[in-house]
Design a protein around this ligand. Structure first.
Ligand SMILES: [Zn+2]
Length: 161
């Protein structure tokens, strides 16, 4: 896999253990490789499609809780799901801006995003217009943002009120 920033070769410089939880709540461990670009020197971590950076639960669990809360059957307590909703609301505008910026700058063939949505839509609907609402939207949104190192754990301070 080439460097997502500049397209040059990546060298494996180590690995780390990543804990995550499945829909059932069962704990799993995955080994993720640490990679450094031979050209721009940026460090990347391999991110499987089923995980979201910094989030314990699999992407499909978060996606289900966020887009279909009424039929959510995830083995996570209500406080956890409430925190996911807060996280999503706090960062959705930032993600939408990131996706537009990526789309304008790179026109990435492997991570296509659709043109800027218009009208007064919810943030979920806006994201749906960019990465489509079908199953896997959270991963389709996460990957291009993480690939250019714009993924953040919490709301960036420059966006805070
Ligand atoms: Zn690079």
């Amino acid at each position: 896999m080439p460097c997502p920033c500049c397209g040059e070769k990546l060298n494996v410089i180590g690995s780390r253990r990543r804990n995550y939880r499945e829909r059932s709540g069962e704990k799993k461990v995955l080994v993720i490789r640490r990679l450094r670009c031979t050209d721009c020197q940026k460090i990347h971590h391999e991110l499987p499609d089923f995980l979201v950076p910094y989030k314990r639960y699999q992407a499909d669990c978060l996606e289900k809780a966020l887009s279909e809360p009424e039929t959510c059957d995830i083995a996570a307590d209500n406080a956890m799901i409430y925190r996911w909703e807060k996280w999503f609301c706090a960062l959705a505008d930032y993600w939408i801006n990131c996706l537009h910026a990526i789309h304008l700058c790179f026109q990435l063939e492997k991570d296509p995003v659709n043109p800027m949505p218009t009208g007064s839509l919810t943030v979920l609907e806006q994201l749906g217009q960019i990465v489509s609402t079908g199953s896997g939207w959270l991963s389709r949104m996460t990957r291009p943002i993480a690939n250019v190192n714009l993924w953040v754990q919490t709301r960036p301070t420059f966006l805070s009120e």
